[in-house]
Design a protein around this ligand. Structure first.
Ligand code: HEM
Length: 144
């Protein structure tokens, strides 16, 4: 059962990774960037979906997977599943709350250097596509 829970955590962490990098790439675009930096809450939403959603949940997933591979039975299956759902509800609700808070806080637009801004956008999307390819590959492997 530890393995099943581990795979569930790993799969959902991949979704948060996709959301996190997509948000990061979109955040670099000209007027969106100017808007986003007016409120710390957008960055906080991006940072948390990446660091809790992707990084922390994938680590929890690996821990469950390793415990399963070591043949250790789960202490409490219900507790494991409850933890899974509470973390996920918390991450999603917090993300939406931070986006709404950020939108409410940011109200002005700023301008900046065009070439630098274009480079930031191009490489952000290159990273994002790299993540898409890697996540798809891992997801397919997990399902084998
Ligand atoms: C395609 C991938 C990504 C892009 C394009 C991206 C883009 C961005 C942008 C535009 C900002 C705001 C920077 C500013 O204030 O000027 C930011 C902040 C941040 N990003 Fe990302 N990001 C990406 C992936 C990630 C990942 C994978 C993590 C963590 C695992 C992460 C963690 C953070 C954190 C913690 C901040 C806040 C930094 C601060 O408070 O100064 N990002 N990112």
């Amino acid at each position: 059962m530890g393995k099943t829970l581990g795979v569930k955590f790993l799969k959902v962490s991949l979704i948060y990774f996709i959301i996190g990098v997509t948000m990061g790439a979109i955040m670099t675009i000209g007027s969106i960037y100017d808007f986003v930096i007016l409120s710390k809450l957008f960055e906080r939403a991006h940072a948390h979906i990446n660091l809790i959603g992707w990084v922390s949940l994938s680590i929890i997933g690996f821990i469950y997977l390793i415990l399963g591979n070591l043949g250790k039975p789960l202490y409490n299956e219900k507790l494991g599943n409850m933890g899974y759902w509470l973390i996920n509800i918390g991450i999603c609700a917090e993300f939406v709350a931070l986006l709404i808070g950020g939108y409410a806080q940011a109200s002005l637009f700023q301008a900046g250097n065009y070439v630098i801004k274009m480079l930031i956008v191009i490489f952000a999307f290159v990273m994002m596509i790299g993540v898409y390819f890697s996540v798809y590959n891992i997801y397919k492997t997990l399902n084998r």
